[in-house]
Ligand binder design. Structure first.
Ligand code: PRP
Ligand code: MN
Ligand code: MG
Length: 181
């Protein structure tokens, strides 16, 4: 573990804090979607951890699907060009869709995803993002459920990667600049 820790400046949000926040948001979502046909759409790959834990924290019925998109590649800045790597399997007609994202950074990924979903016939579309960086916003995203607003630092862990690494860290931490500069 020592070699991983050397790549991190400090832990920003702990596993325990994430767990508590997921329980809180799951309680709210359960109230808001009671009696509705709720489809959770996870945005691969970053949302894998938050989806797995959030779906299990949710005390109401839900189904799950995945969309794989990527805009960062191996860099620390959004390219702004979103590529679909895997589309949804299910039809959105009649569904109440809750997009589950690990982070809203520039907002470009979700802005693109929302317009992609707009014509697919969903009953409603809302967003749950575990993290959001208000200072990095290039487009404003109307996000109904936000876990934590965080500073404009490059963070990794709990699904968040740098060049595909660090997704498996339990906490979310600031990546040390020497790793990417
Ligand atoms: C990351 C993150 C979000 C998006 C946020 O995904 O998981 O999906 O960037 O950035 P934005 O608001 O500036 O668009 P990435 O493209 O790195 O793919 P990944 O989920 O596979 O890591
Ligand atoms: Mn992502
Ligand atoms: Mg990424």
């Amino acid at each position: 573990a020592a070699d991983v820790e050397a790549d991190l400046t400090r832990v920003l949000v702990t596993e325990e804090e994430i767990r508590a926040k997921l329980d809180e948001i799951a309680t709210q979502v359960a109230v808001d979607y009671a009696g509705k046909d709720l489809l959770l759409v996870g945005v691969l790959k970053g949302a894998v951890m938050v989806m797995a834990d959030f779906a299990r924290a949710l005390p109401i019925h839900s189904t799950m699907d995945w969309m794989a998109v990527s805009s960062y590649g191996a860099g620390t800045k959004s390219s702004g060009v979103v590529q679909i790597r895997k589309d949804l399997d299910v039809d959105l007609h009649g569904k109440h869709v809750l997009i589950v994202e690990d982070i809203i950074d520039s907002g470009l990924t979700l802005s693109w995803l929302l317009s992609n979903f707009a014509s697919r016939g969903a009953e409603s579309i809302e967003i749950f993002a575990l993290f959001r960086k208000p200072e990095a916003a290039r487009v404003v995203i109307d996000c109904k459920y936000v876990g934590f607003d965080i500073p404009n630092e490059f963070v990794v862990g709990y699904g968040l990667d740098y060049a595909e690494k660090y997704r498996n860290l339990r906490d979310v931490a600031i990546l040390a600049p020497h790793v990417y500069s």
